[in-house]
Design a binder for this molecule. Structure first.
Ligand SMILES: *Cc1c(COP(=O)(O)O)cnc(C)c1O
Ligand SMILES: [Zn+2]
Length: 398
């Protein structure tokens, strides 16, 4: 069953519907699982480890072994901040971002529905992921990207996996509006995060964090927020594990946005559940360059219900955190992902995060997604002749 999060109108599992037909709000898939957590031990470490929580036909699964990503304890950074810190490294998914979790479930649902064309609007990673999973399932794939605003690695992936790539003379929000119209006319199955099955896959990030911590909740989960699907999905997963009796506490959900694209933070500061869209969102973190997040109502619900928080970071703070994190902890992430680390530092500094808190930061995408940003942030390599004497003179100089 699919249910409207606002008016509770219900829809059948096999109806293709993205927004509530009565009130226009977003939908979610209702789950009813009654199973011992012991069944999850000894299974292969992918998101399908938790298949009982995935509302799709098990015989049609399309997977690239997504999920089961590294969960790294980061003691150096933790010590500086006076907290306990773990990082969920989503860049280690098959196409380099958490979007793969959503696409695995979303594409499986596509096969169940018998649709032959899928599509999305994307700031990059959604298109990279959809292109790969559509290829694996032999589906036609159409992706809309805002012209000139997509990181090089992501564009390469979408093109190379054989998607029909359209470069839109407009921003992400406009591209999403266009393709949604075509989806409503049933020309394609839309796999943006408005699609509730996408979020069913992404909730496995929450499952894995709880399982990794020995069925205990961290005090807080921090992640970057763009279209706001992921924070909503993780909270749904956490709530499902809590309701199943697998854990006793829940974490404070903490969403970080870039200063130039922060409608959720603006609403949070007014204690409101309604956002005012940002007209021309701007940030170096292209994956969260979104002015009208479709899952804002769910995301703000997650933040309020969990006694969480929401804060902005500047582009400078993002780029500094990205580089520091790579050089201190050895984990390379794209700018949007570094927003969670920058946000962590800011919230510790202002005293919003207490000393000793157990924090999990979700870093959402791989460093190599955006190689141009990485290269621009570093000094150029030193040119040297092929000669040991030259090498010695350089190495001994420091
Ligand atoms: C998609 C994406 C985000 C934003 O996630 P939302 O679900 O849109 O809030 C953040 N970081 C990266 C790397 C992404 O690909
Ligand atoms: Zn409704």
């Amino acid at each position: 069953m699919i249910e409207c999060v606002y008016c509770n109108e219900r829809y059948d599992d096999n109806e293709i519907v993205y927004n509530c037909k009565k009130c226009g709000s977003v939908l979610e898939v209702l789950i009813d699982v009654d199973i011992s957590k012991d069944v999850f031990e000894c299974r292969k470490n992918t998101l399908w480890k938790y298949k009982e929580f995935m509302p799709v036909d098990e015989t049609k699964i399309v997977s690239l072994d997504e999920g089961g990503t590294p969960f790294c304890k980061c003691d150096k950074l933790a010590k500086e901040l006076g907290i306990e810190l773990y990082v969920k490294v989503e860049g280690s998914n098959p196409t380099g971002s958490f979007k793969d979790r959503g696409m695995s479930v979303g594409i499986t649902k596509t096969l169940e529905l018998g649709v032959d064309t899928v599509g999305c609007a994307s700031t990059g990673n959604t298109s990279a992921s959809l292109a790969a999973y559509a290829a694996r399932a032999s589906l036609r794939c159409v992706v809309l990207l805002p012209s000139g605003k997509v990181a090089l690695g992501k564009l390469a992936q979408a093109m190379f996996h054989g998607a029909e790539v359209l470069s839109v003379n407009g921003n992400f929000d406009e591209a999403l509006e266009m393709i949604t119209q075509l989806a409503l006319e049933k020309h394609l199955y839309l796999l943006n995060s408005i699609n509730p099955y996408r979020l069913e896959g992404q909730k496995s990030i929450g499952f894995e964090i709880i399982h990794e911590l020995g069925w205990e909740s961290p005090d807080r989960i921090i992640l970057p927020v763009g279209n706001a699907g992921n924070i909503s999905a993780i909270w749904k997963g956490i709530t499902e594990f809590y309701n199943a009796g697998y854990m006793k506490e829940k974490p404070m959900m903490t969403g970080i946005q870039a200063e130039g694209a922060s409608p959720i933070v603006n609403a949070f500061r007014k204690n409101s559940r309604e956002i005012i869209p940002v007209e021309n969102p701007e940030t170096v973190a292209t994956a969260i360059r979104i002015g009208a997040p479709v899952s804002s109502i769910k995301a703000l619900g997650a933040i309020y219900d969990s006694d969480g928080y929401s804060e902005t970071v500047t582009d400078d703070e993002i780029l500094i955190a990205q580089k520091e994190f790579a050089q201190k902890e050895g984990i390379g992430v794209e700018p949007a992902s570094a927003a969670s680390i920058a946000g962590l530092k800011k919230l510790v500094n202002v005293g919003e995060i207490d000393k000793g808190e157990k924090v999990v930061c979700v870093v959402t995408g791989h460093l190599l997604k955006d190689p141009e940003i990485a290269i621009d942030a570093c000094v150029k390599p030193i040119k040297i002749d092929a000669n040991a004497e030259k090498l010695r003179s350089i190495l001994l100089k420091r």
